[in-house]
Design a protein around this ligand. Structure first.
Ligand code: GAL
Length: 708
């Protein structure tokens, strides 16, 4: 029965021919070798004991690899490669461009970034190079080519890791000139640019391309463009580094690590560049928090987004692969306050949550904690208390937790390369979030973008119904239900896609703040002959059968009473925002019940073709989101995996292909819970015991069952 609910086909794993879940970490032995020449042997022993099967090496090692210009010291790295090969481990080799050595910063000041005040940075920190600097390009090309030639053909080399968490902006003259070229390519003429920028505002009409000032918040469309430009700078840099490596090692996949849903880096676009999608995640779940389940839902929302980058629709790019959680922490994260230890069970929950969502690799920052430096108090597989002693590793809670996971992962091998096949998609759009952020006046709405996405994700997560989180470019046709939270930017092409989706039988739910602006963040307005308003834009007023007149934006959590008109919806309550709409063909399902807009629609439905377009004019509170989710399950006839509702704090996730179906039960609560599996008969992956009916989950437990 379980296997009938999952997709039949397999896709590629992060590493070609991968046979186990990747379980490894950033490894920095170069920081240890000068004082501890035997560190490689000690670590090999510990890696074997922990079941570590891959390492990411050399991420910030430029000074250790090229201590002086064109003087290369690869001997230590040779030894690491050979030691890893003996262990049978995969080496993920980084290019070291995420941090420049002193000689480079000194010899080529242009390589250092210039900040928004026009000041060239001192040699400090990391992730600090100018994107345009010819000298930095030259030096990166040299070290990358050296690395590629040296390790080409080494059996342990399995993947390239370009730089680290590519991010940031540079305001030097070279980058500004490149921005001017980027604008010319996008707009062609200054008249066109001025029109898109609404540049008559505060006399901002540009008469030379160089007049466009990337720090000028007055022109919101320009701020969005500056972010798009920086995304393209990042892509150009990635492509540049990859162009050095690819011809020398054509068979080795190339990637870089992303940072979740960072507001200013449009990973949905960048994902098309990399061979494997990798995320860095530090949720630092607080087991004692009343918001633990919400935090888990937030993380699963991100996992679903990362899964979909390369497994669904047009963004599949260079072929479909599962994703890789490149960095996370087995212990306490030093940059979180307070730095609370992970409670027993929490790390395992976090890892199985990622694997359930489609990850085929879960790795750490880092394998061994450093003794000094800014990150010395960051959790690691080998923490300070273990030092160099395998005996102490056997007594370490964190280390043993990692080792236990390794044993479980070997049993999970049949799910490698498999996916998840949801009937529901939520659209996550970086452009909309960015555009709202730069629209002074949308108040809290721009800060809570991801939160509103999670509002809609969480009730499905709590019902054990899988959800894809996709970009606007994805194909929506596989889904029975599509949700658009705050899809602020609307283009004619996207509107057409949404219309077709509904006409052919889909259920579409859009929230307040959908379709307010075009791609230059100009508000959609009605034309002279129009009889209705123009929001939601690009003709979507017709699809939703309503138009938005004005929006009441309230402080966080200010309630809005609602009256439900359809008894099947139960009781609903709104908060924070009220879009005041006029209905044309839509039917109200709920209305506002207080303030001057009592009686105005709060939730509506419009029947178009074979489908339904719904509009939610407020942010619902959590219990109301559950009621709405139940209504949507019925309306869109969604499949539920488990026959009975799940207890609070528990999610069920299904992953697999063909006859390899795995059910994950994850208890994100500190209370014991009982899940009713009904007549399903499964096998506990660890105990091999049969499981059916009422299944007991201790606090913070995570279980994996196999379909028989
Ligand atoms: C990541 C970064 C790592 C390390 C880690 C600490 O963002 O890529 O190098 O700094 O954070 O949590």
């Amino acid at each position: 029965m379980l296997s009938s609910l999952i997709p039949a086909s397999r896709i590629a794993t992060p590493l070609p021919g991968q046979r186990t879940i990747l379980h490894g970490g950033d490894y920095n032995p170069d920081q240890w070798l000068p004082d501890h020449p035997d560190i490689l042997d000690q670590d090999a022993r510990l890696m074997r004991e922990a079941g570590i099967n891959s390492i990411s090496i050399g991420i910030f090692s430029w000074a250790a690899l090229e201590p002086k210009p064109d003087v290369f010291t690869f001997d230590w790295l040779d030894r690491v490669f050979d030691a890893q090969q003996k262990l049978g481990n995969a080496v993920i080799l980084a290019t070291p461009t995420g941090a420049m050595p002193a000689w480079l910063a000194e010899k080529y000041p242009e390589a250092r970034r210039v900040d928004r005040r026009g000041l060239r940075a001192a040699w400090r920190d990391r992730h600090n190079h100018c994107w345009t600097s010819p000298a930095y390009h030259d030096r990166a090309a040299i070290i990358n080519a050296q690395l590629a030639h040296r390790y080409k053909g080494h059996p342990a080399l399995k993947m390239w890791h370009i730089s680290n968490e590519l991010s940031g902006e540079c305001f030097c003259e070279l980058c500004r000139a490149k921005f001017a070229d980027w604008l010319k390519a996008r707009y062609g003429t200054l008249d066109h640019l001025n029109s898109h920028y609404w540049a008559g505002f505060w006399s901002k009409l540009a008469t030379r391309w160089e007049h466009v000032e990337p720090t000028d918040y007055a022109i919101d469309a320009m701020m969005i463009d500056w972010n798009r430009f920086n995304r393209d700078q990042l892509i150009a840099w990635y492509r540049f580094e990859a162009s050095i490596l690819r011809p020398i090692t054509p068979e080795i996949p190339i990637t870089t690590n992303f940072m979740g849903t960072s507001w200013n880096i449009d990973y949905a676009t960048i994902a098309g560049e990399v061979d494997v999608v990798c995320d860095d995640q530090y949720p630092a779940y607080d087991a004692d928090s009343p918001h633990l389940f919400r935090a888990a839902a937030h993380n699963s929302m991100k996992n679903s987004l990362y899964r979909c980058f390369k497994t669904r629709g047009e963004l599949a790019g260079k072929g479909k692969t599962t994703f890789f959680l490149m960095e996370c922490c087995p212990g306490a994260v030093q940059w979180k306050t307070p730095q609370k230890l992970k409670r027993p069970g929490v790390h395992r929950l976090e890892m199985l949550q990622a694997i359930a969502a489609g990850a085929d690799g879960v790795s750490y920052f880092q394998f061994r904690a450093g003794r000094g430096g800014h990150e010395k108090l960051h959790g690691a597989v080998v923490e300070h208390a273990i030092g160099l002693s395998p005996d102490l590793a056997r007594q370490s809670r964190t280390f043993q937790g990692v080792a236990e996971l390794s044993r479980l992962y070997t049993r999970l091998a049949p799910l490698l390369g498999t996916g998840v096949a949801p009937e529901v998609a939520i659209v996550h759009d970086w452009e909309s979030r960015l555009a709202q952020r730069f629209s002074a006046g949308t108040g809290v709405s721009n800060e809570r973008y991801d939160d509103v996405v999670v509002d809609h994700f969480e009730p499905f997560f709590a019902r054990g119904i899988p959800v894809d989180v996709v970009s606007t470019g994805h194909d929506l046709s596989p889904y029975k239900l599509v949700i658009l939270p705050q899809l602020w930017v609307m283009t004619p092409l996207l509107a057409l896609k949404l219309r077709k989706y509904v006409e052919s039988g889909g259920t579409l739910l859009a929230t307040f703040d959908t379709g307010h602006t075009d791609e230059s963040n100009r508000i959609h307005i009605p034309g002279a002959g129009d009889k209705t308003g123009a929001i939601p834009g690009c003709g979507l007023t017709e699809l939703f059968g309503l138009w938005v007149e004005e929006v009441d934006r309230l402080a966080a959590d200010v309630p809005r009473a609602l009256k439900t008109l359809d008894p099947a919806l139960g009781t609903l309550a709104g908060r924070e925002v009220a879009a005041l709409t006029h209905l044309t063909t839509a039917r109200p399902l709920a209305e506002f019940a207080d303030d001057f807009y009592a009686g105005r629609p709060a939730l509506t439905v419009n029947t178009v073709g074979r489908g339904h377009a719904m509009y939610l004019a407020t942010r619902l509170d959590a219990p109301s989101q559950v009621s709405l989710c139940n209504h949507l399950i019925d309306r869109a006839k969604l499949t539920t995996i488990l026959p009975h509702p799940l207890p609070p704090g528990v999610t069920a996730q299904l992953r697999g292909a063909g006859n390899d179906a795995f059910l994950f039960l994850l208890n994100f609560s500190t209370s014991p819970q009982t899940v009713n599996l009904g007549t399903l008969t499964l096998t506990d992956l660890e105990t091999s015991e049969p499981v059916t009916g009422a299944t007991h989950l201790p606090p913070l437990a995570s279980k994996v069952y196999r379909a028989n």
